[in-house]
Design a protein around this ligand. Sequence first.
Ligand SMILES: [Mg+2]
Length: 310
Amino acid sequence: MVNPAFEGYPFTALGFNYNSMIVIITDLDGTLLGADYSWRTALPAIAELKRLAMPLVLCTSKTRAEVELICSELNHHDPFIVENGGALYVPEGYFPWDFNTPVHRAGYGVIEFGTPYLELVRSLQRAAQESNCRVRGFYQMSAEEISRCCGLPLKTARLAKQREYDEPFRILQGDPQELMAAIAREKKRCVRGGNFYHILSSNDKAHCVNLLIHYYRTAYEHVITVGLGNGLNDVNFLKLVDLPLVLESPDSGRIMSEIPRARLCRGGGPEAWNKAVLQIVASHSKLERPGAATPSASGADFISDSLQNE
Ligand SMILES: [Mg+2]
């Protein structure tokens, strides 16, 4: 069943009759969002993408509830990826075929890669007990406590608590190495982000991005994919896109060494994001001029060279 809110979106884009279609896939924290969790500095580029019907895919460690709030504030209707690749959410009717997925929520077809939250919490409890560690997870914390610990506004902390595929926790007592080993015996992964450890399954942003690029390439003839990220959990998905852009951060040096063909956007955050995306859109419009050479394989090179020459 097609949700009328999304019906026709791909056809709007096709109506522009692009020789090549740009799809922007972006991380949120420290990339599209600044330290104040705001994207306002990036509004000019966001508006330009919307005007040209170019998809903007949010790809984040945030929860669906957090992303949905951002989508509603941006009046944004493209697919998104939550909780470090726990799931890919695709608006019903967005692509011109039905998704053969058993999970549908709130107008989205959901392709799940992560392990259900309750199972993660139980694994964490067992691993903590086995390794004699004392931990405190989001499931034990009130929204007020999360707000204080993470420096999040209370409203956002409430949304951050609505987890589906990843449990953040702190180690209050015990040997972290023992706990990591116990988590591995539970066949789960543990990653560290900021002040928190996260227990999750084998999901990665890249698994969702890989599938989504396949969908776009099925729907459109020539697709150029652009990725923007600033953290180590972005490396794998940035390796998949035609034009990887790394926003400056404490990890950007390591990311650049892992992806030598990536471009570094100095300054980081929504200001650098805005500048880079506006440059990409401008280069793309040059590429689309009548008579320009536009085979899709060289389209990304053309845009990348244009950025280098800015
Ligand atoms: Mg980030």
